[in-house]
Design a protein around this ligand. Structure first.
Ligand SMILES: *Cc1c(COP(=O)(O)O)cnc(C)c1O
Length: 339
């Protein structure tokens, strides 16, 4: 099976497993796991932040960040299809008692001008108090779209002028950086907190990182415990995260060229109406016949290709480190054979 459902499906390579097996571990809730400590120190330096926190998932890092930044009754400003809102089980309301202001944006991205328009007047008691701006780069629902860094700087300026922290859901940040070529520290500087997935394009089996100031991470560590995320001998999975950050970043460009090849190949298929312009490793396909979606997914599966439904009339394919160029050629060939 060629599994293009998500970049989360990858399994550790033999070298990664070796690194995991060799990890020196301890009780991380006591702060005594040397490998977790090493990963957190490495990540802080890598992304140019004071501190890092190793967590179970991207949902957990996002939800912890929101919980630290926002008080009950406050409001988070984000895109209407952002992961923090759409795919985290209502966690903003459930975990933090906060409201959301959803912006329409463009391909999952929001602008400084739009944000500014929806910051609530603080002295009017009718409105929830705006307390956080959260953006996603790359934007999953936008087909892996990348932010223009100039826009991020404008968003930061609006946040600063209004005393609002800025959070980055950077589940696929490394995919964005592989394309925009911006220096990692420069890119990360405007954000008060950043969430990074180790278990997507980077290929670790589990794990995410939360980054921020030392004070922010101290508070986040407390919230992680409350959310049930205090892990014990977590060094075994932290070792996979370290391996991922050290060895699986440079290869992301291959996933991107594979996604571009898919875009070109699939456009020739009769059942494909359009494809969201590919910028990174996500390919969103708009079908000619909306109601044929589930049947098409079955037909592709019969041809050895796993894909995922992505809304009415939409299918998503994601390239990752276990997909070869030969796989892509096979997918294009098989896809063309479906009428
Ligand atoms: C995958 C993803 C996350 C985190 O998902 P988990 O499955 O909880 O790790 C967060 N944000 C975006 C944009 C994602 O694609």
């Amino acid at each position: 099976m060629i599994d293009l459902r998500s970049d989360t499906v990858t399994k550790p390579c033999p070298e990664m497993i070796k690194a995991m097996a060799a990890a020196v571990v301890g009780d991380d809730v006591f702060g005594e796991d040397p490998t977790v400590n090493e990963l957190e120190a490495f990540a802080a330096q890598y992304f140019g932040k004071e501190a890092a926190l190793f967590c179970v998932s991207g949902t957990q890092t996002n939800q912890i960040a929101i919980n630290v930044h926002v008080k009950p009754g406050g409001e988070v400003i984000c895109h209407e299809e952002s992961h923090v809102y759409k795919y985290e089980g209502g966690g903003i309301a459930r975990n933090s008692g906060a409201s959301v202001r959803l912006l329409r944006g463009d391909r999952g991205r929001i602008t400084a001008a739009e944000i500014e328009k929806y910051i609530n007047p603080i002295h009017d008691v009718h409105f929830p108090i705006s307390q956080l701006v959260s953006i996603e780069d790359t934007a999953n629902r936008g087909g892996g779209a990348i932010y223009d860094f100039e826009e991020i700087l404008k968003i930061k300026a609006v946040c600063q002028a209004n005393n609002l922290p800025l959070h980055l859901d950077g589940a696929r940040l490394m995919n964005a950086l592989a394309v925009n070529g911006i220096d990692t520290h420069t890119y990360c500087a405007p954000f008060d907190s950043i969430s990074i997935c180790l278990s997507k394009g980077l290929g670790a089996p589990v794990g995410s990182l939360l980054l921020g100031s030392a004070d922010f991470i101290m508070k986040a560590r407390r919230v992680r415990k409350v959310f049930g995320g205090g892990m014990r001998q977590a060094g075994f999975i932290a070792a996979a995260g370290l391996f991922a950050l050290k060895y699986n970043v440079d290869r992301l460009i291959h996933d991107h060229s594979h996604a571009k090849l898919l875009e070109i190949g699939l456009k020739k298929c009769a059942w494909v109406a359009d494809i969201v312009p590919v910028e990174t490793n996500i390919v969103i396909i708009q079908l000619t016949e909306m109601e044929r979606r589930d049947q098409l997914i079955l037909e592709l599966a019969k041809n050895g290709i796993k894909v995922i439904a992505f809304g009415p009339g939409l299918i998503r394919m994601v390239t990752h480190l276990q997909i070869t160029k030969e796989d892509i050629e096979m997918v294009c060939l098989k896809a063309l054979s479906i009428n």
